[in-house]
Structure formats: structure tokens, C-alpha cells
Design a protein around this ligand. Structure first.
Ligand code: MSP
Length: 525
């Protein structure tokens, strides 16, 4: 369809606790990518939300003396939505799995699978990890303290042994179609390491999946057997489609939304939940005769002390611990800049201080404040006549092209580096031209104005390219450059950003706040 939107999702997060920087990492990546696509002039739909059913949430609520619904309501309102607001996440929708719009469509979808013969009754006997909400294979587990105890390798906690009569989905029937799908469409699962993992898992043989639970009731009732609730992952994965109207009449609002968004372009997930997304989810869709997502991208973990950072291991860091010190935009920048998307990376306070200071405050922030100050001093604060400096204009062109290509390939680090490289070219140019020396002799006026035009025009380009990563800072810079005359920064197109000479002569610049203030001394932080 010509008006197909670029549709991106994050995982929906469990509401057993408040967000930590691991959750924020995924959500910020999604926000940067969708903002980038918006600046390419595309229609975009960006979904995030919360996963509220299942034993994990139910037990946390109980342990806190609450019922699960009130617990989820409280956490969503007091923690999840405010955190995304604070981090400037521009999601178009926020789905909660306890909403009727989700639960009704899940039941409808499930009934469809039952009616078409993809579901049967059986007995599940085996280990289950409530932390992962996952039926485990014996071979996946670690030995515990006693001969009978087995531990989940992700949570280092004992698994529970289940023995229940449940409803099963014929997942095994889709192993071969999925193998063929990933071989024919390598971009459907990235990076390559993730695809290989999924392929070898599928080639090892896949069992049918229990998709209901009977021993507790915090979930969506199975429509034809209301004593059972839908398995939380089966419920949760469907959020990507229920939020955009799966199963609705094609002429209804939901049906039109579905036609406009489906199939999803990118499901961003952490590598821990890859199999759910690259095996179970597309199999569910195949069974229902619905197109599978175009891409599942598995990123790595943020590590603390060499292990996946997590609240359950008491290594969770709240985003505010970092944003209170470095600011929101430096937070958005840092993780995407320093960790190749798709591999694990350690968070280090020292590394963040070093990058903040050298890349953001010095290379980018100082370039802006020095350039604007010189225009105030030497040109009465007015942008000089546009002039061309081919070396810099070519570097801008290259930065625009490479960053676009890299970011669309989800190589955030490569994209950001291309923009930073341009920043370095401009800094080198200013140092080389030394406008403060040119200013000493009125005979150099034309040369001086050319140099200063080149620097502010370059800053216009930097503001647009960095805007998806650091919206608040770039908005400030846009204002300081007087670039509002060109329209809102969010309307500037990536494809046109490097066309030289857009900032018109005579526009008034203004020295606003410092873009990246000096960091407080750590002992005062
Ligand atoms: N509710 C499920 C997802 C259902 S999606 C249909 C879930 N939720 S979760 O709250 O545990 O968070 C999942 C996601 O948070 C991970 O896949 C990953 O995207 C992110 N991260 C959680 N800890 C992380 C790190 N330490 N590092 C990076 N990302 C991490 O699983």
C-alpha cells in the first residue's frame, strides 16, 4: 500500500517494577529510529506498552499487598508513562494488555486458531521459570543446591515443576516454514548472530507449545474454556497486532489502521526474548494466515559486572540516576553511541563522563557557542551572505548519506559516528581558518563572513542530523541559529539536509543556554 506507515514496536515491559536503563535502552533506540524515519518524510507508527498478566506480575502484586490490576495501574501511571515522557519518547500509542481493546482481540484471534485446527488439548509436564514466564527444556537449566533443584540460567533462581492439562498450539508444524522463511529473507531476523541462533534452534526440532494455564487466574480467559487463562507470552506477543486493530472489519477504524501498519517493519527486542519473537510469534501469524513481521532485531544487553543488568539481581540502574547528572539527551546519545547495536556492552560512569566532555560538550557544544559568539561579535549577530566552502559542503553531504544508510540499518553507532565526523571536520576548518585572526584586518571581511557562514550552516545541518538522537538540545540550537525561519526542526528532511545555503543572510542568531553544561563535580552529584 502506498500509504503504509513505518511501524516499529518495543517489547511490552513487565509491570513488576519501574523501568531501568535496560528497558530505556530499547525504547530510546526505537524512538531514535522512528524519529529518523519521520524526518525522512515517512508516515510512522511507534508502539510501546506494558505486559501486565501472568504469574510474575501477580506474585509481585501479592508480595506488595495489592491486587494485580491496581498494582499495574499504579506502576504504569507513576513509573512507566512518566519515564518515557521524561526521556522524550514520542510513541504514537501505548498498549496495556489489560485493556479491553487488547483482550477482546486476543480472544478472537485464539478462537480463530482453534476453529482452524491449530489448537488441541494436552498435558504439560515440565519446568517453568516465572522470571522468564517460560516453559524450559531440561537441557537449558543449571544445577541447583540440591540434586532435585534446577536453576534458570537467566535468573539464577529455581524453576518450578508444572503438571497441568492445557491447550496446545501446533508450533511444531511451523518449524520448516520458518526455516525456509529466514533462509529466503535473511533481513527478517538480525543481526546475523541472532538469525543463526534462531535457525539452529529451529533445526534442532520444535515442540508444540502450551498456550494456557489453569493454576491461577490473572490473565485473559480462554474463550471456550474460561477456567484457563491464556499463556502470558501468547497474550503479550499479540499486542503488536491488537494495538493496530487485527481482526477488525477492514472498513472500521481498526481495520484501516491495520492495513496501514501491518506487517510491522521492525520489532526491537533484547536478545533474551528473541525466540519468542522469531519463532513463536511468526508461527502464530502463519497459522492465522497473516503476514509475518518484516524484521525482528535483537540487541545486546547492558551489563553490570559482566552480567545482564537487572532489578532481580539488584543491579538495576534507574534512568533518572543518569539523567539527573548528565541530562536526558546525553543519556539518549551515550548508549547508542558507545555500544554497537546487537552486541552486549558495559556501562561505565567514567566512560560516559569522558564522552560527554569530549564529544558533546567540546566537539558539538563548543562549536555552537563559539560560532554564535563570533557572529554576534563580528557580524552584529546576523547570519552573513551564504557562501560555499566545497570541502565542508561535501563532508556534510557524506555525513547525511552515511548516517541515513547506517541508522536505517539499525547501526546507530555508525550513524552517530558519521555525524560526529562531520562535526570534527567543521571544528578542524574553524581552527584552520582562525576567524578571530581574520577579524583583525577589515580587508578580510568577505573571507571572515564566508568562514562564519560555513560554520553556522554546518551547525544547521548538525542540528537536523542529531535531532532524532537529542531532540531537546537540537531544538535549542535551532532556535539559537534563528533557523526557525526554515520551519520547525522536526519538519526538516534528511534527504535535503545537506543542500548548502539554506540558512538565509540577515537572520538573527542568539546565544541561548550552553548546550552541554559543565558536569558537576562527582562528589557534589
Ligand atoms: N514482557 C516481556 C516482553 C513481551 S514482548 C511481547 C519482557 N519484559 S521485560 O520487562 O523483562 O523487558 C524486556 C526487554 O527489556 C528486553 O527484551 C530488553 O529489550 C530490555 N532489557 C531488560 N534488561 C536489559 C538489559 N540489561 N540490557 C538491555 N536490555 C534489557 O521480557
Amino acid at each position: 500500500m502506498s500509504n503504509k506507515a513505518f511501524y516499529l514496536t518495543t517489547p511490552i515491559y513487565y509491570v513488576n517494577d519501574a523501568p531501568h536503563i535496560g528497558h530505556a535502552y530499547t525504547t530510546v533506540a526505537g524512538d531514535v529510529l522512528t524519529r529518523w524515519h519521520r524526518q525522512k518524510g515517512e508516515q510512522v507508527w511507534f508502539l510501546t506498552g506494558t505486559d501486565e498478566h501472568g504469574q510474575k506480575v501477580m506474585r509481585t502484586a501479592e508480595a506488595n499487598g495489592s491486587d494485580p490490576q491496581s498494582w499495574a495501574d499504579r506502576l504504569v501511571k507513576s513509573a512507566w508513562i512518566p519515564t518515557w515522557g521524561k526521556l522524550n519518547i514520542a510513541n504514537d500509542d501505548f498498549i496495556r494488555t489489560t485493556e479491553d481493546r487488547h483482550m477482546d482481540r486476543v480472544q478472537h484471534f485464539l478462537q480463530g486458531l482453534k476453529d482452524s485446527g491449530h489448537i488441541y488439548e494436552g498435558k504439560y509436564e515440565g519446568p517453568y521459570c516465572v522470571g522468564c514466564e517460560e516453559f524450559k527444556l531440561a537441557g537449558d537449566l543449571l544445577d541447583g543446591a540440591t540434586p532435585d533443584e534446577k536453576l534458570c540460567p537467566t535468573h539464577s533462581k529455581p524453576v518450578e515443576l508444572l503438571s497441568e492439562t492445557n491447550w496446545f498450539f501446533k508450533l511444531s508444524a511451523f518449524a520448516q516454514p520458518l526455516i525456509e522463511h529466514y533462509k529466503a529473507n535473511p533481513s527478517a531476523c538480525e543481526p546475523a548472530s541472532a538469525r543463526n541462533e534462531v535457525l539452529s534452534f529451529l533445526e534442532g526440532g520444535v515442540s508444540d507449545l502450551s498456550i494456557s494455564r489453569s493454576s491461577f487466574d490473572w490473565g485473559i480467559p480462554v474463550p471456550w474454556d474460561t477456567k484457563q487463562v491464556v499463556y502470558v507470552w501468547f497474550d503479550a506477543l499479540l499486542n503488536y497486532a491488537t494495538a493496530v486493530g487485527i481482526g477488525d472489519d477492514p472498513n472500521s477504524e481498526g481495520g484501516k489502521k491495520f492495513a496501514q501498519t501491518w506487517p510491522a517493519d521492525v520489532h526491537l527486542v533484547g536478545k533474551d526474548i528473541l525466540r519468542f519473537h522469531a519463532v513463536i510469534w511468526p508461527a502464530m501469524l502463519m497459522a492465522a494466515g497473516i503476514p509475518v513481521p518484516k524484521k525482528v532485531f535483537a540487541h545486546g544487553w547492558l551489563l553490570v559486572g559482566g552480567e545482564k543488568m537487572s532489578k532481580s539481581k539488584l543491579t538495576g540502574i534507574a534512568p533518572s540516576d543518569i539523567t539527573d547528572f548528565f541530562g536526558v539527551d546525553a543519556f539518549r546519545y551515550y548508549f547508542l553511541r558507545s555500544i554497537p547495536f546487537g552486541t552486549d556492552g558495559s556501562f561505565s560512569w567514567e566512560d560516559m563522563v569522558a564522552r560527554y566532555t569530549s564529544e558533546l560538550a567540546n566537539d558539538f557544544g563548543n562549536l555552537a557557542s563559539r560560532s554564535i559568539a563570533m557572529i554576534e561579535k563580528y557580524c552584529d549577530g546576523k547570519v552573513p551572505q551564504p557562501a560555499a566552502e566545497p570541502k565542508v559542503a561535501e563532508a556534510a553531504q557524506k555525513a547525511g548519506e552515511i548516517s541515513d544508510e547506517r541508522i536505517c540499518a539499525l547501526d546507530f553507532q555508525g550513524g552517530i559516528l558519521a555525524i560526529l565526523d562531520f562535526c570534527k571536520v567543521v571544528n578542524g576548518y574553524v581552527t584552520e581558518q582562525a576567524p578571530w585572526v581574520l577579524a583583525k584586518d577589515p580587508a578580510n571581511k568577505a573571507e571572515l563572513e564566508k568562514v562564519l557562514y560555513t560554520t553556522v550552516e554546518s551547525l544547521r545541518i548538525l542540528a537536523v542530523l542529531f535531532y532524532p538522537v537529542m531532540p531537546e538540545t537540537c531544538e535549542k540550537l535551532w532556535e539559537a541559529l534563528g533557523a526557525k525561519i526554515l520551519g520547525p526542526i522536526g519538519d526538516q528532511k534528511i534527504s535535503e539536509v545537506a543542500a548548502w545555503g539554506q540558512l538565509p543572510a540577515g537572520v538573527q542568531v542568539s546565544r541561548g543556554d550552553v548546550l552541554f553544561p559543565r558536569l558537576p563535580e562527582p562528589e557534589n552529584a
